[in-house]
Ligand binder design. Sequence first.
Ligand code: TRP
Length: 452
Amino acid sequence: MTDKNPSIHGQWSSRFAFILAATGSAVGLGNIWKFPYITGENGGGAFVVVYLLCIAALGIPIMIAEIMLGRRGRQSPINSMRSLSEEAGVDPRWHYVGWAGMIAGFLILAYYSVIAGWSMAYIVKAFFGSFINSDAEEIQRLFENLMASPVQQIFWHTAFMIITMQLVMRGVQGGLEKAVRFLMPTLFVILILLVGYAMSTGAYEQGMHFLFSPDFSKIDADAVLTAMGHAFFTLSLGMGAIMAYGSYLPNHVSIVKTTFFIAGADTVVALLAGIAIFPLVFANNLEASAGPGLIFQTLPLAFGHMSGGWLFGLLFFILLFFAALSSSISLIEPAVAWLAENKNVERHQACVWSGTACWALGVGVVFSFNIWSDIKLFDKNLFELLDYLTANLMLPLGGLAIAVFAGWMMKIQHAEQELELPAEGFQAWQFLIKYVSPAAVFLVFLHVLGVL
Ligand code: TRP
């Protein structure tokens, strides 16, 4: 498959390869670790409804736009935005969107790799049978011990960063593609198994009720912001990751169909994770609002008591690790692509530099779970601060900029040419990207600021 204007970094070998990589980027800790715990912290059903609305009204149109900008730009997000603004005859400062995104990806990876490190630590625990016949208290203690140990966490965080950077170094076709091929379907199967176990806990209905009966009195402006931010986070939008992946996409592939597939798969995985986890929470009298430790304090209970639990537990944490890995590589790809294009450094050197800087910030994140847990800014420790700054502020703002650029700056014929949609389909997308998405982001921000 050859194209007239391929990216200098290579190109996906097929549409399937792109789908795998982009789904690999979307499905990650955000679905299995973050979605359940923020849903628990924000009261359940109503939060889920807002999240789903954001996926439909913001996530899908903006993902279409972001892939489109990437494919038309064919470079790192920063340089793509620069040449696209030239093509559209608008202010070249639009390329700052690429900059902001590169920084956001970098900040996200700093804490993402720490959590991914936890999942690696849990592979070892699963292997040594630490969950077998344990009660909720023992499982909780296991997690607390890991939190209290900077040395263990730094060890796993370091291991995870090294593996990530090794993969990124190999570039688009070598590393990124192969990593995902068999993992997604297997992860899916294990989640279904866990849902099966959740049905047998006696609290299945309570869990479903928590997740799917909305009580809007339970959410406030900040919960709405978190739900919106998470829609961006879980689909990997707003920072150029999907734009960078789009730049390696062959020309004739349907962006819209691909987007629906990715968003659908991502949402299903998140909901399955929630359905598997909340019955366990209620059956064992745990706190739905336990925070970032939620999956580590619930799922091991299932593995400790279900038949075949040793094997499934081991497999689950291995898959979680791979899901995290296929997301991490997309977080750092824009930075690496840009360094390689602009700074004239080799790809592997770009990896070493950006990886080391990211690792160092991650060490600070590890400390925020123990020795620095009392150091707070705006009432948030370093982990919470990075998460809030990126997911709740930088990604929605990046998404807003992408929507405005695609809807208002770029020439309509160019968008039409890229998307190849029937007229009504194109108009629907145009309406969403020009009016609905920007207005939604804007209104949520006004709401949070208390203006509305
Ligand atoms: N979407 C991934 C997850 O849900 C995380 C992720 C990967 C991401 N690349 C991203 C989030 C880019 C925001 C932007 O785990």
